[in-house]
Design a protein around this ligand. Structure first.
Ligand code: CA
Length: 246
């Protein structure tokens, strides 16, 4: 696997690159954001937040804007994780320095497994879905799961609301798909973390709340996702708006 390591600090990058190559990864090193962005499309990106020429956050945003490559952010402090999460950049995981090569490799493998799983899941989900909203038949392409005005296409990983595209980060999409498996049913926090992140997810659990908040905002109405305090969340289908669409 080709890993792009975007990190300016030689004391961090040197041992990491050496350690990763011992585990069989082909590591390409970039010392700045610009260098990282001009690298050939890698299969995995390890991205330091503090870079000399630009903010790692902007690098992440730009990478995410053009590809689904898994991104693991490397932060110097725990407090930076909050900043990264709050921006909903669509990074797949986070590591706070210092960390060992073994931990990094475990995260890379987990992120890769998840990415592979969501592709497989998308392949398996091509069967038409019988509409359950008021017994109406699904409208539009058969791959698209419709919940009221919301259409979720797992094959193309696209979401439309009132026929307008909704841009979701990969984890936001996975979370929505999970909740949409059974609209109205309550999914426990653990179930959501296990399905969308990984079994025995050991990152910050507020990750889930941040992604829920982002989804609510992007769906334009917080009523879409109800918080069942102390238990979890459920998707509450919202009706079509009364007014005719212009
Ligand atoms: Ca740095």
């Amino acid at each position: 696997m080709r890993v792009l390591l975007i990190e300016d600090d030689d004391r961090v990058a040197g041992p990491l690159a050496e350690g990763l190559s011992r585990f069989g990864f082909a590591v390409e090193r970039a010392r700045s954001g610009a260098e990282g962005l001009s690298a050939l499309e890698p299969e995995m990106v390890l991205l330091d937040l503090g870079l000399p020429d630009m903010d790692g956050i902007d690098v992440c945003r730009e990478l995410r804007g053009r590809s689904d490559v898994p991104i693991i952010m490397i932060t110097a402090r725990d407090s930076e994780v909050d900043r990264v999460l709050g921006l909903e950049l669509g990074a797949d995981d986070y590591l706070t320095k210092p960390f060992g090569v073994r931990e990094l490799v475990a995260r890379i493998r987990a992120v890769t497994r998840r990415a592979r799983r969501s592709v497989l899941a998308a392949d398996r989900q091509q069967a038409p879905y019988a509409g359950r909203m008021g017994g109406r038949a699904p409208v539009g392409p058969p791959e698209a799961r419709r919940i009221g005005p919301l259409a979720i296409d797992r094959r193309t990983r696209k979401v439309h609301l009132h026929h307008a595209p909704v841009a979701l980060a990969p984890k936001e999409f996975d979370l929505l798909v999970c909740l949409a498996e059974d609209p109205g049913a309550v999914f426990s926090r653990k179930k959501l973390l296990d399905s969308v992140w990984e079994p025995n997810y050991f990152g910050p659990t507020k990750t889930l709340d941040v992604h829920v908040a982002a989804l609510r905002r992007k769906l334009g109405d917080s009523a879409w996702i109800e918080n069942i305090r102390g238990i979890g969340f459920r998707l509450v289908p919202q009706a079509q708006p009364d007014r005719a669409k212009a």
